[in-house]
Design a protein around this ligand. Structure first.
Ligand SMILES: [Zn+2]
Length: 512
C-alpha cells in the first residue's frame, strides 16, 4: 500500500483548534491532500486525476489525534491479558488467576492491572505457587512499576526468587523478557495491526512509543510487516542511548532509509526516555513530603531512580546528540529535580506525567519551553489513592489549569496500558475530572473541550494549506456546549469518528 497518498474531502467543517471563537466556522470547505500534505482548502475545489474523493457530508474536521505516551507492546499484550484491574484484595486477584488456570490448563497466565494500594497489601510468591507450580504466572501491576510472580516465572525470567513482588529498575530490566513466559505468542504483526487499527478508529494518527524494549529493529520489522498504519515516534531508553548517538539519529529523523530524499517521515526518532522516579500506586514517586503511610515504607517520601549527576549526564548527552528528552517525573521532588537538570544541560523535550507539582515549578516548565505530557485518565483511577496517601496535596495534582494559565505547552496521552489508548477518554477526564457519579475532583483544574482538543492534536493548528495530511472527520461537533461538564464528557467519550486519514491515506472508515 502506498505510504503517502492523495485524497479530496468534500464539504467538511474545520473545527477552530485553539480558538474560543465559534464564529470561525465559515461553512463547509473542501480539503485536498497531495503527497501526504494539505495543498488546498476552499469551496468547490477541482479534483485532480487519480485522487480519491470522499464526501464529508458536513462533518467536523480536526487534525489527527495523538497519544503522546504509549507503551505499545504492553498495550498489544494487555489487550490479550487477564484483567485484574477490578481486584479489591489479593485473595480476589488470586481467585481470578486460579479461575483462568482451571479454564485453560497448561497455558501461562499473564495478568495485568492490580493495584496494591487498593488490595491493602502486595501479594506473595507463595500465594501464586499455591495456584500453580506447573505454569508461569506473572501479574503486572496497574501502574507497571512492579511484577508479582510465582516461583516458576521468576526462574524463567532469570530473577532471584523472593517472597513478594519485583519492583522498579530490577523489574524494568526484566520486563522485556516476558516473552519467554508465553513463547512470544502474543507479540505478532497481526496483534499490532489490530491495536493500531483500533486506535485509528478513534481518530488517532500518531503515537509516541515508550516501549521498554529499547531496540529499534522490532519497529523496522513491524513497519514492513504491515504495522505502518499510524505515525510513530520511537523513544530510546538510557540502555540504548549509545547506539542511537553512534548512529547519528536525532529526534525527528526518519528511522528507515533516512538518507534518501523521499524517506518515510511517519516512523521517526523520538526522545530519550528517562524514568526519574517511581509511581503513586507503588509509593515510589519522589515527593517533597512523606507518604501518609511513610512509616512503613522503605523510602517514606519515595526516591529518585538515578543520582543527580546521572540524570544530568543523560540529559546532557542527549541534548548534545540532538535528541529531545522525555523525563518521567510523578512526584513534586522529581519534577523540581528534572527541571533543574533541563535548565543546567539545555536539554529540550517534556516532563512526562508531572502528576504532583509545586506551583512555581509550573512556571519553570513554561519558562524552559518544555512540554507537559500528561495523562488525564489517570486521575479517574488515582483520585482516591491520592487523597489517602498524599493528604493535603490533591490541589496540586493533574494541575492542567495552572499549566495552561502559565503558558505551558500541554499535550495529552494515555500511558497505555495504564489507561486505555483512547484520546477521547483523556479529553473527557480533563474536562470533567470524574469517571463515575461523583462530583469532579478539583474542577478548578479542568480544561474546556477546546483546550483539551488543542492538547490532543500534536500542537497542530486548524487544518489549512501546508498542514500534515492527517485528518479526522467527526459526526458531532466536539466543542458544542452541552450544558454541564458531565454531559460534555459523556459526549466526548462517545464521539463517533467517521474517517481517519494519515498522510493522505485512509486508515479508518466507519461502516455505513
Ligand atoms: Zn509510561
Amino acid at each position: 500500500m502506498a505510504r503517502v497518498s492523495h485524497v479530496l474531502l468534500r464539504g467538511a467543517r474545520p473545527v477552530p483548534i485553539g480558538s474560543d471563537e465559534p464564529t470561525a466556522y465559515d461553512g463547509p470547505v473542501d480539503v485536498l491532500v497531495q503527497d501526504g500534505t494539505v495543498t488546498q482548502v476552499g469551496p468547490g475545489l477541482e479534483r485532480p486525476a487519480n485522487v480519491e474523493e470522499i464526501d464529508a457530508e458536513g462533518r467536523w474536521l480536526v487534525p489527527g489525534l495523538w497519544d503522546q505516551h504509549v507503551h505499545l507492546t504492553q498495550w498489544v499484550e494487555t489487550r490479550q491479558r487477564l484483567d485484574l484491574s477490578g481486584a479489591t484484595s489479593v485473595e480476589e486477584a488470586v481467585a481470578s488467576v486460579a479461575g483462568r488456570v482451571a479454564a485453560e490448563p497448561g497455558r501461562p497466565v499473564i495478568g495485568w492491572g492490580h493495584r496494591s494500594a487498593f488490595m491493602g497489601r502486595d501479594g506473595t510468591t507463595a500465594e501464586l505457587d499455591a495456584v500453580s507450580t506447573e505454569v508461569p504466572i506473572l501479574l503486572v501491576s496497574g501502574d507497571a512499576h512492579h511484577g508479582w510472580a510465582n516461583t516458576l516465572a521468576y526462574n524463567l525470567l532469570g530473577l532471584p526468587v523472593r517472597d513478594d513482588v519485583v519492583r522498579e529498575n530490577e523489574w524494568f530490566d526484566a520486563y522485556p523478557r516476558i516473552g519467554v513466559l508465553t513463547g512470544g505468542s502474543t507479540d505478532t504483526p497481526e496483534a499490532y495491526r489490530d491495536a493500531l487499527a483500533a486506535a485509528a478508529a478513534l481518530g488517532v494518527v500518531g503515537i509516541v512509543d515508550f516501549e521498554f524494549n529499547g531496540r529499534l529493529q522490532p519497529w523496522v520489522d513491524r513497519w514492513h510487516d504491515g504495522g505502518d498504519l499510524l505515525r510513530v515516534r520511537w523513544a530510546t531508553y538510557a540502555a540504548g542511548l549509545d547506539e542511537v548517538l553512534e548512529s547519528g539519529l536525532r529526534t525527528g529523523d526518519p528511522l528507515i532509509d533516512r538518507q534518501s530524499p523521499g524517506a518515510d517521515d511517519r516512523l521517526t526518532m523520538g526522545p530519550l526516555k528517562i524514568i526519574s522516579d517511581g509511581s503513586l500506586n507503588t509509593r515510589t514517586a519522589w515527593c517533597c513530603d512523606l507518604y501518609a503511610d511513610g512509616d512503613v515504607l522503605e523510602h517514606p517520601a519515595g526516591l529518585p531512580n538515578q543520582s543527580g549527576a546521572e540524570l544530568r549526564s543523560l540529559l546532557g548527552r542527549a541534548a548534545q546528540g540532538g535528541l529531545e528528552v522525555a523525563t518521567h517525573a510523578i512526584g513534586d521532588a522529581a519534577v523540581t529535580e528534572a527541571l533543574s537538570a533541563y535548565a543546567e544541560t539545555w536539554a529540550k523535550g517534556s516532563i512526562e506525567h508531572a502528576q504532583l507539582v509545586q506551583r512555581d515549578d509550573v512556571r519553570r516548565i513554561a519558562e524552559l519551553g518544555l512540554r507537559a505530557s500528561v495523562q488525564p485518565a489517570h486521575l479517574l483511577d488515582d483520585r482516591d489513592l491520592t487523597d489517602l496517601i498524599w493528604p493535603g496535596r490533591s490541589d496540586r495534582c493533574f494541575a492542567f489549569r495552572w499549566m495552561l494559565d502559565d503558558g505551558v505547552r500541554l499535550v495529552l496521552g494515555s500511558d497505555a496500558p495504564v489507561s486505555p489508548l483512547d484520546p477521547w477518554l483523556s479529553m473527557a477526564a480533563a474536562v470533567h475530572r470524574s469517571g463515575d457519579d461523583r462530583a469532579p475532583w478539583h474542577p478548578e483544574q479542568a480544561l474546556t473541550p477546546a483546550e483539551a482538543l488543542a492538547a490532543s492534536v500534536d500542537e497542530q493548528p486548524t487544518v489549512g494549506v501546508g498542514s500534515r495530511g492527517d485528518l479526522v472527520l467527526l459526526d458531532q461537533d466536539p466543542l458544542v456546549d452541552r450544558g454541564s461538564t458531565r454531559e460534555t464528557a459523556a459526549a466526548l467519550r462517545g464521539m463517533p469518528v467517521a474517517l481517519t486519514v494519515v498522510a493522505g491515506r485512509v486508515v479508518h472508515r466507519a461502516a455505513g
